[in-house]
Design a protein around this ligand. Structure first.
Ligand SMILES: [Zn+2]
Length: 154
């Protein structure tokens, strides 16, 4: 018996929102399973729900996480900096803003790190859907309807 050929779904807003909603809650973007972190900053090798390799089997996967974390922290810094300057205008306390910003950037980088890992994974799953080969065992029906649809029957 041959299984139907699976084709990745097209990019659609609903699927992207579902992937990023799961990521925002620190869940597996592919299946929505919680418990993908071994420690607050360390991912398990595989998702306990679907079995997907959480680094997608690539040694340089951390580079995407680094970029997402950098962008997130810079964005948060820009909002906080603009808010502080606007709130204290016309005499912003530049020295206080400078030192507070340095502390907030360090705390933000640490705080955003777990989210950056899962958001990067959501980007990756959105652009490069999980293949059958990446998952152990048969695909659950929920994953078939989420990431794949049957291709044309040959
Ligand atoms: Zn999963």
């Amino acid at each position: 018996m041959t299984l139907p050929q699976l084709q990745p779904t097209e990019l659609d807003l609903g699927r992207a929102c579902r992937l990023f909603w799961r990521a925002a809650r620190l869940r597996c973007p592919n299946c929505g399973c919680s418990g993908i972190f071994r420690t607050p900053i360390e991912l398990r090798p595989d998702c306990p729900g679907c079995g997907m390799q959480l680094d997608r089997g690539e040694s340089d996967y951390f580079l995407g996480v680094y970029i997402v974390n950098l962008v997130a922290v810079e964005f948060l810094f820009a909002i906080a900096f603009a808010g502080a300057v606007i709130a204290t205008w016309p005499t912003p306390p530049w020295t206080l803003i400078q030192y507070t910003s340095a502390v907030l950037i360090v705390l933000g980088a640490v705080g955003c790190y777990p989210f950056s890992k899962v958001v990067w994974m959501a980007f990756d799953v959105m652009l490069r859907p999980v293949s059958r080969d990446e998952l152990p065992g048969p695909l659950p029906p929920a994953l078939l309807s989420d990431a794949y649809h049957p291709g044309p029957q040959v």
